[in-house]
Write a protein that binds this ligand. Structure first.
Ligand SMILES: Nc1ncnc2c1ncn2[C@@H]1O[C@H](COP(=O)(O)OP(=O)(O)OP(=O)(O)O)[C@@H](O)[C@H]1O
Ligand SMILES: [Mg+2]
Length: 378
């Protein structure tokens, strides 16, 4: 039986939940010619939203849509490789002439293409070591996109990675190409709020003001409950709306975590049963048992101060005014400055994240299962 709560891969349209407003806004903004910065906490649904966007008839029928996740990359060479590979794999199903057009545009690598002995068609099995002049190749890639024969949308996920490349001025270089393009729109996506805000919102940085911004929030509770109840019904099962609400609130509507519990409810509980909150507690407890080792290892890497602070944030789930006297007293912490220092380190390691509520920062754990595990163990 198909599990309607997909945890990975591309979600079939039928089991894609909501995001109607966001999809409409993205479509309109890109069609009107702007680039977009799409950010959210990890596992809220950015990547799935991009795939969904690419399925919209207005986009699908008129654009070449490219998507690459550059999280693994740490140099311009790798960026070139990832962009090139993605363009090829998108063009292959479009036929020989589309692919040939790209390959002939990338002259700097032509020595590295291999040719199919039967059809004689070239293929892009370039290796990192083949990319001797990434600056030149990237220029060729952008020139190709500009003249691709069809408008393009290029989504680059985990875009903040480029800020850590060792080559100088990568941001400025990319910005200068992207700024000049008429045929290709970009979706820059990422979850590292810290770095992305620095890249796009500080006047001294090349990408300052260069994209319309969408901060992807949680799916509204009512919408998610309706989706979940229907998904259960169509799988021949039942769940109480208040049990969905209970899970939704426990994870503050964080898509992946709510989804994971419901996925397991479908996978492990028999069809005869109406899933209630006791069931979901048990399912969560199983997940925490399974992940406990990993979380214990992660805690083990932290110093005492960092531990105290992460435990305090997990206890609150949404921690506000964390350097206030009240917060420090409540959680027996040392001092505002020691909290501040630990928070900076935890943010750097992406163990915690924050959202802006008015002028205040509200902190929470990046991994909501780790949050519940800490609440249980500490
Ligand atoms: N609209 C949606 N409908 C159904 N499930 C969703 C939706 N959005 C997200 N999910 C669930 O949440 C998971 C995480 O989504 P996704 O990978 O898009 O998040 P992300 O923001 O890109 O995360 P990361 O920052 O870790 O890359 C999906 O695999 C799926 O289980
Ligand atoms: Mg993603």
């Amino acid at each position: 039986m198909e599990n309607p709560f997909y945890l990975s891969g591309i979600i079939p349209e039928r089991w894609f939940c909501d995001r109607e407003k966001e999809t409409e806004w993205l479509t309109k903004t890109l069609v009107n010619g702007a680039n977009v910065l799409l950010s959210s906490p990890r596992r809220m649904g950015k990547t799935q939203l991009i795939y969904h966007l690419f399925q919209q008839p207005e986009i699908r029928d008129n654009y070449y849509c490219f998507y690459t996740d550059i999280f693994p990359t740490s140099s311009l060479q790798e960026l070139v490789l990832f962009l090139g590979k993605e363009i090829c794999s998108t063009l292959v199903p479009k036929g020989k002439s589309a692919l040939d057009k790209f390959l002939s545009a990338i002259r700097s690598l032509s020595g590295s293409f291999t040719y199919d002995p039967v059809s004689g068609s070239p293929s892009f099995d370039v290796k990192l070591g083949d990319i001797h002049s990434p600056m030149l190749t990237i220029e060729e890639i952008f020139a190709y996109l500009e003249g691709a024969g069809k408008p393009c949308i290029f989504a680059i996920d985990e875009f903040q990675q480029i800020a850590a490349y060792p080559e100088k001025n990568v941001e400025a270089l990319l910005r200068s190409y992207i700024q000049k393009m008429n045929n290709c729109r970009f979706v820059f996506a990422g979850s590292n709020r810290h770095v992305l805000e620095r890249m796009f919102n500080s006047a001294a940085k090349p990408f300052y003001n260069s994209a319309q911004q969408l901060y992807l929030d949680r799916i509204p509770e009512e919408t998610y409950i309706a989706f979940a109840v229907k998904a259960f019904r169509e799988s021949g099962r039942n769940i109480l709306p208040e049990s969905v609400s209970y899970i939704y609130r426990m994870f503050d509507g964080h898509t992946y975590y709510v989804h994971n519990i419901l996925h397991n409810a479908i996978a492990y509980l028999g069809p005869g049963k109406t899933v209630d909150s006791a069931d979901t507690d048990r399912l969560l407890s199983d997940i925490l048992d399974e992940k406990g080792q990993t979380y214990a290892g992660m805690m083990n890497q932290l110093n005492y101060q960092q531990k105290e602070v992460i435990v305090a944030i997990a206890r609150e789930r949404k921690a506000k005014a964390i350097t206030s006297v009240a917060f420090i007293k409540k959680h027996s912490l040392k001092s505002p400055s020691s909290v501040q220092y630990a928070v900076a380190q935890l943010l750097e390691q992406q163990l915690i994240t924050y959202e802006n509520e008015g002028r205040n920062k509200v902190f929470s754990l990046t991994d909501r299962f780790m949050q519940e595990w800490i609440r249980k163990v500490y």
